[in-house]
Design a protein. Sequence first.
Length: 527
Amino acid sequence: MTFYLKYRPQTFEELDLTSVRESLKKIVQGNVPHAFLFSGPKGTGKTSAARILAKAINCTHRGKGVEPCNECDSCVSITKGTNVDVVEMDAASHRGIDDVRSLREAVKLAPAKLDKKVYIIDEAHMLTTEASNALLKTLEEPPDHVVFILATTNSEKLISTIRSRVTIINFAKASKEESLRSLKRVANGEKIKIDDETLSVIYKHADGAFRDAVKIFEQLVSEKVELNKSGVASFLEKSSAFNIEDFLEFLSKKDAAKLLLLLNEAIKKGASAKNLTQNLIGNLRTELINRVSKNEGKFSLENSEIIELIQILTSSIHDISVSTLEQIPLELVIIDWCEKGGNERENEKEYENEDEKLAKEKKLNEVRSEKLEVRSKNRGNEIVVEVTDESKEENILKQTEISDEVWSKILFMIRTKNASTEALLRAARPVSFDGKIVTLAVYYSFHKEKLESSPHRNLLEDALSEILGTSARIFCKLAEPPIKNVVAKSESGPVNTVNEKIGVTDVVLTEEKDDEVIRIAKEIFSN
């Protein structure tokens, strides 16, 4: 038997999360609620706690205490998983309304042997909306002989009406002391000598999960690794698919060769590019928060660079699922970041000397000599769109916004290539441009999801790069639609000629939000 199963907690006292242990002890001493929600990360003991609670509720020898005896028939059968009155249901595979209807019929029946029927629904957030609503009625008025325990790693996905009808027990990631307590129980049971420093190395690699920590410990023992700090650290470093701190350090140094090497080694070892990207974002977020709240950081990246990396990595996640090779979007981010240097720190300063000023002026003069012509067919006539040198110059100098005129030209270019993409953009507006990333305020989640996926994203970024004269990416965020009517106006003609005029946005937003969504959706799906 594996260590995790062999030393799985069987009493409240063996639960290693202090807050959970104390809360459940107090609850069992009083009137036990009819429904619980155990919420927290994987491997923190939610299912173990649910089984212990089921035993404590039904233990025939418990008396006035709180701990189950683990000796009576009820406790033994629940521990073995053979008691018909304790039902464990995996919502990931039984998530439909028919499954919940069957459950609703079953709860009406009295327990066969126990005082209380206990339903443990694991990964409860996977229930469909219809199934959740069907379960809601039972949670509101359950029979006296039933207790529900919902367990989830993502309570935010549960409908709010369910969360409002359950007693919530939060399972946080294990602290260092709590994780060491768990590991020492295993070490003592196996009569293995290991010091706290070595156990701390295991805790660090387990990321606050009791189950992962015990699995690592078991692997160390089975592979006969020397159980000291250096031996364990060396083994875990070699077996780890990815060293996140090394990767971030090379990002700060903009060393593309080392970054690509680390990434390819991790992929060869079976790492997921999506998980790697999410871990990078999480670590960059932690770094940024530590700098703001504690005034401390590990890497030489500027705050503005961290923010930009979070934005472009977040955008790349949407491309990973549709990429031929899932690591390609992350590789492109790495190469682009290292070659262009992210947010160049010198851009945040004034010209430091006359040479830099002259170089900048020379670049602007080159821009003034260029004209971009976009030729397309519109109602049978050829239309020429010229991006003026003034608009290019303004974008290079300010790099903070996109004017209505430039946005209209971008929309027109996209319309000639894909009307569906242009229709999506009618419910979006650019709110900022930092020279590399265009931030779009999108009014509906449907449009945001579409714009973040291919081919709409690629088409928009190509148009932005061509019109703005520089490589540009998009970052979408949801925003409230305008409340008042907004009608595009033109100095050169009335509103009904807007589609024929260049430099005028043909977006018409009204207070009828639902009608707007339906109108745009029809245009998208008709193409």
